[in-house]
Design a protein around this ligand. Structure first.
Ligand code: ADP
Length: 609
């Protein structure tokens, strides 16, 4: 048993508890894991919106180049330049100012006097566009270097020669582009709550990925035919597109974009947000001061600088960010808590199930072991019970058969011993056989009307000589009138004999046995047969167990009383088959009291009893 408990502990309980402990530990990280999962998901969302915004800008830049290309078809660039600003704004609403410069360093359009916007534009860009002054600009060098650089052999080459006074190769131009002096990275305007990078690189995320470079316009253009650049003038973002025709590379046409109109167009990128996300998050386009310029949920307010996740759009819109905010930030904590409680409850239930299961296994095995032990005891007890009467019968019958006993009194005494021992043997064999039949469900009862008063009287009178011969005082109190029950006469007699036999076996020095039979009406009419003795009594705690098969409260070894542990089991089974019961209660003043209760049968025919 100890070995089994140890195996169970090592194989089931200990691993289960270890797993439960690990599971509980992992529960503590649920909120963090959930946040991490969501941050990856939402980072993907903002990255997609940022890429979409960049793609839109690139498409507008191509649209602009195409439009200018069309305007130049069949025209000399000099014809277009004077009215380029007006023409462009008419055809392309995104343009705030249209400009044209030539590489000799003159701004051909617009005139500073034309409009207030052109006045400001010329003041800001006169020096820069005519390549007389460098400025801090943002531009995508990869796009430029890898862009359309088929102008290296044309006028631009000449301009570069004039400017730098030497013959330059296109590779050298590229190198000069790459070697612009980059400014150190600036800090970002927003600090996202969730960082998508590993902890070591998190620090880096507080810095902007895009840095400004100090460059001249001609350097920026290099050998490309079109491009875009961004600049901050008086802390305001300017985005410029430019284009030049391969045939006339010395004429550069460009546009400064209207930011409000550009924002209107960029709202398209926000509209592509998946409907399932709309109820969960708000995506905002933040300008370089971290102010929202477009929102997926108009009217939503929050601390704009503390988004859940955010990403920078890129060089085209420097320091602009796509930021994502949770509509209900507490929801995440709530979901994490619910998940934690659910998993916690499941773990607790599993541990409980394993615990109860183990306990049931141990209890069942314990029962099986006890039963196996009881069966072994039963076999040895029955063998012993068979051997004792057989030895007596053999001894006395041999004495009588050999004619060694001539005294008639002794002869009668020996014969009565043989009879009693034979009866004991029959009783034992009947008990064993009946028990086997009941266990197999083969026991058949022959129910008929029977007078219990009469049955008890007959059984008691048969048993009385044996009891009195063994020094017992045997009192039998029976009523006058018959007490009819519907039952199997032989089976009921077996119950009564078993109770008498037990009263005799478990009596000690006080050899007194009483039998009472009376009619009871409460709760229903029934008969009560009590067999009382002044013997050892049943030890406390075994009052119900004595009715279990093979159970013996008085061990053969310690008490010296032989038995099979089946007498009371059979008595109770037979009584229950008759709709009655056998119960035990300690007798006042010492000893036992066994009561057989059977339902009365008032409708039964008295004659047949
Ligand atoms: P057994 O063959 O051992 O007598 P039973 O089923 O008849 O088997 O009885 C079960 C146990 O109940 C006995 O072993 C004994 O310990 C206890 N018992 C039965 N009758 C009495 C009694 N009259 N007084 C004390 N103990 C009894």
């Amino acid at each position: 048993m100890k070995k089994l408990a140890l195996v169970l502990l090592l194989a089931v309980v200990a691993p289960s508890l270890a797993l439960a402990w690990l599971a509980v530990r992992s529960l503590r990280d649920q909120e963090y894991l959930l946040q991490r999962q969501q941050s990856f998901l939402y980072q993907g969302v903002v990255d997609a919106v940022a890429t979409e915004s960049e793609t839109l800008l690139n498409s507008y830049e191509r649209e602009f180049a195409g439009l200018v290309g069309l305007m130049l078809v069949g025209h000399n660039p000099q014809e277009i330049t004077p009215s380029f600003d007006d023409q462009l704004r008419q055809r392309w609403p995104l343009a705030q100012v249209g400009f044209a410069v030539n590489l000799t360093g003159a701004i051909l359009c617009p005139s500073p006097l034309a409009r207030p916007e052109t006045k400001v534009f010329c003041a800001n860009y006169d020096q820069f566009l005519s390549c007389r002054q460098s400025a801090e600009v943002y531009w995508n060098s990869t796009a430029n270097v890898g862009g359309n650089n088929d102008l290296a052999d044309n006028g631009n080459q000449k301009w570069l020669q004039n400017r730098y006074g030497t013959q330059v190769q296109s590779s050298e131009i590229d190198n000069s582009l790459k070697s612009f002096k980059s400014k150190p990275p600036a800090t970002r305007n927003v600090s996202p709550q969730q960082q998508s990078l590993p902890a070591s690189k998190e620090q880096m995320q507080s810095f902007s990925k895009i840095a400004a470079s100090e460059a001249e316009f001609c350097q920026l253009m290099g050998t490309a035919s079109d491009g875009m650049l961004a600049r901050f003038v008086d802390n305001k973002l300017n985005v410029l597109f430019w284009y030049r025709r391969p045939e006339n590379p010395q004429y550069v046409f460009g546009a400064q974009l209207s930011i409000p109109r550009l924002v209107e167009k960029l709202k398209l990128a926000l509209e592509k947000l998946a409907p399932s996300l709309r109820d969960e998050v708000c995506v905002a386009l933040l300008d370089d001061s971290a102010r929202p310029v477009a929102l997926s949920h108009p009217g939503f307010r929050t601390a704009w600088k503390r988004p859940f996740v955010a990403t920078e759009i890129g060089e085209t819109l420097p320091h602009w960010e796509v930021a994502l905010y949770l509509l209900d930030p507490a929801k995440l904590t709530r979901s994490a808590r619910t998940l934690k409680f659910t998993l916690g409850a499941v773990i607790a239930l599993l541990v409980l199930a394993i615990g109860i299961g183990s306990w049931l296994i141990v209890a069942d095995l314990n029962r099986q072991l006890t039963l196996a032990r009881q069966k072994t005891d039963f076999v040895s007890n029955v063998s012993h019970e068979l051997k004792t009467p057989l030895t007596s019968i053999r001894m006395f019958s041999e004495l009588l058969a050999e004619g060694r006993v001539n005294d008639p009194v002794k002869q009668r005494s020996y014969l009565s011993i043989i009879t009693a021992e034979t009866a004991r043997l029959s009783r034992l064999i009947n008990n064993v056989l009946d028990f086997a039949r009941i266990e197999r469900g083969e026991k058949k009862y022959h129910f008929q009307t029977c007078d219990l008063n009469n049955l008890l009287r007959d059984t008691a009178e048969t048993y009385r000589p044996h009891l009195e011969a063994n020094g017992f005082q045997f009192d039998c109190e029976l009523p006058e009138s018959p007490l009819l029950v519907n039952g199997d006469r032989d089976a009921l007699a077996q119950v009564i004999v078993n109770l008498f036999s037990n009263a005799e076996k478990y009596s000690d020095s006080r050899k007194e046995i009483s039998v009472h039979l009376e009619q009871q009406t409460n709760p229903l009419p029934h008969v009560e047969l009590k067999v009382l003795d002044r013997g050892l009594g049943v030890p406390g705690g075994s009052e119900e167990k004595i009715f279990e098969q093979f159970y013996r409260a008085h061990d053969s070894l310690s008490s010296g009383i032989q038995g099979s542990g089946l007498g009371l089991t059979l008595a109770r089974q037979i009584a229950r088959a008759h709709g009655g019961e056998v119960v035990y209660e300690p007798r006042e003043g010492g000893g036992s009291c066994f009561t057989l209760r059977l339902p009365l049968c008032p409708a039964c025919d008295k004659k047949s009893a």
